[in-house]
Each structure stands twice: as structure tokens, then as C-alpha cells.
Design a protein around this ligand. Structure first.
Ligand SMILES: CC(C)(COP(=O)(O)OP(=O)(O)OC[C@H]1O[C@@H](n2cnc3c(N)ncnc32)[C@H](O)[C@@H]1OP(=O)(O)O)[C@@H](O)C(=O)NCCC(=O)NCCS
Length: 182
């Protein structure tokens, strides 16, 4: 368990699958994601089984839970993918599927907790991400967590009938440590 203040990251469970399917079939959520086609429970179960095959230090998806009264509510996932053991790099991803929990600061906190895990436990050197230019909220969250904009992949994504530019951002371990020391 990775603990924050009224927020925590835990390993995903098979019982989470129905929520993943609901979120990944919501166009308001998926407009910001690579996912474009309808997703079935069977497809998501296959994806879940594939996650179990991978040792955690090679990247892991976490369930984001927030404290509401006496309960912990699962609102989304964050994670590190494609861990490269030579470059010590990984790709960051996040989705808050429960839309009532958008814009309450949870995305920023979950991003920071995931970075802390990547830099302070997995000893990563660089964590990067890709974000659509149509998603200023996500970019705001990433900047607040310490990511720097590196460049743009022009018209890299075809989504909802049009091409979209994609921004690459990253944060280095040294930048994370400096930010923490302040
Ligand atoms: C993107 C996402 C993770 C952000 O999480 P969140 O909990 O909603 O974000 P937070 O509340 O922590 O922070 C949002 C910030 O964006 C700002 N913001 C919101 N809408 C904005 C907009 N249209 N333009 C610019 N900034 C915006 C907020 O003011 C806030 O900034 P502040 O803290 O300086 O006030 C979440 O909304 C989400 O999962 N969305 C759908 C999937 C997605 O986009 N995933 C990311 C793919 S790269």
C-alpha cells in the first residue's frame, strides 16, 4: 500500500474489473485515452491476467482509493509501464474513471504518490508520459507534480475523426529529489 493523505494506492484486484469496464466504455473518460473501441469484460479479464504475469518492479497498475467518511472509494488507476532496466525509465499513466471525483486534487496527489514509488522504491531515473494537447487539465496536473514539457509529436493521434498533437513530458529522479527537499 502506498499511503498519502486521505488517498492511497493499492494493487488492483480481479473484483475491480467491472469498474474498469465501465470507465473504459465512457466516452467522456476515453476521449483523453488511446482506447477507442468498446471493451468487454472478457477483454479486460485477459488484460488483468497479463498484468499478473509481470513482476511488480517491471511496472504496475495501482488502484487509486480516497477516504470518504469511513470508507475507501476506488476512483481510478495510476501506474508505471514499460520499465526499462537499462535506461531506468518508465511511462506514467493515470485515469480517474469516477467523474464526480475530477477536479478535487486527487489526480495531482495520485501522480505524486506514483512518482514517489517510481523514484524512491524502483530507483527509476526518468519517468515520462504522453498527453493529448486537448487535455489541459491533465497537463496542469503533470506540471504541478514536476513534469517538464519536452516536445510535441505533431498530429500523432487520430481520435474522434481528427488528428491531435501529443505532448511528451518527463521528470528526472534528481528533479524529484530537489523538489522534495524544498
Ligand atoms: C486528468 C486527471 C487525471 C486529473 O485528475 P483530477 O483529480 O481531475 O485533477 P486535479 O483536481 O488534481 O487537478 C486539476 C487541475 O487542472 C485544472 N484544470 C481543470 N480543468 C482545466 C482546464 N480545462 N484547463 C486548464 N486547467 C484545468 C484545475 O484547476 C486543477 O489545477 P489547480 O490545482 O492548479 O487548480 C483526471 O481528470 C482524469 O483521469 N481524467 C480522464 C482521463 C485522463 O485525462 N487521463 C490522463 C490521460 S494523459
Amino acid at each position: 500500500m502506498i499511503l498519502g493523505e486521505n488517498i492511497r494506492l493499492r494493487a488492483i484486484e480481479r473484483t475491480d474489473i467491472p469498474r474498469f469496464v465501465r470507465w473504459m466504455n465512457d466516452p467522456e473518460v476515453t476521449q483523453y485515452l488511446l482506447m477507442s473501441s468498446p471493451l468487454s469484460t472478457a477483454m479486460e479479464e485477459k488484460w488483468f491476467d497479463a498484468q499478473l504475469e509481470r513482476p511488480p518492479h517491471q511496472g504496475q497498475i495501482f488502484a487509486i482509493e480516497v477516504k470518504v467518511a469511513d470508507d475507501w472509494v476506488h476512483i481510478g488507476n495510476s501506474g508505471l509501464h514499460d520499465v526499462n532496466p537499462v535506461n531506468h525509465s518508465a511511462e506514467f499513466g493515470i485515469v480517474i474513471g469516477e467523474k464526480d471525483y475530477w477536479n478535487k486534487g486527487y489526480g495531482t496527489q495520485a501522480t505524486r504518490l506514483t512518482l514517489r514509488h517510481g523514484f524512491e522504491h524502483l530507483n527509476l531515473h526518468r519517468i515520462y508520459l504522453e498527453v493529448f494537447v486537448t487535455n489541459p487539465r491533465a497537463m496542469r496536473v503533470y506540471e504541478a507534480a514536476g513534469f517538464t514539457r519536452e516536445g510535441v509529436q505533431r498530429q500523432a493521434i487520430f481520435k474522434n475523426g481528427r488528428y491531435i498533437d501529443e505532448i511528451i513530458m518527463s521528470i528526472l529522479q534528481s528533479e524529484w529529489m530537489n523538489q522534495k527537499a524544498k
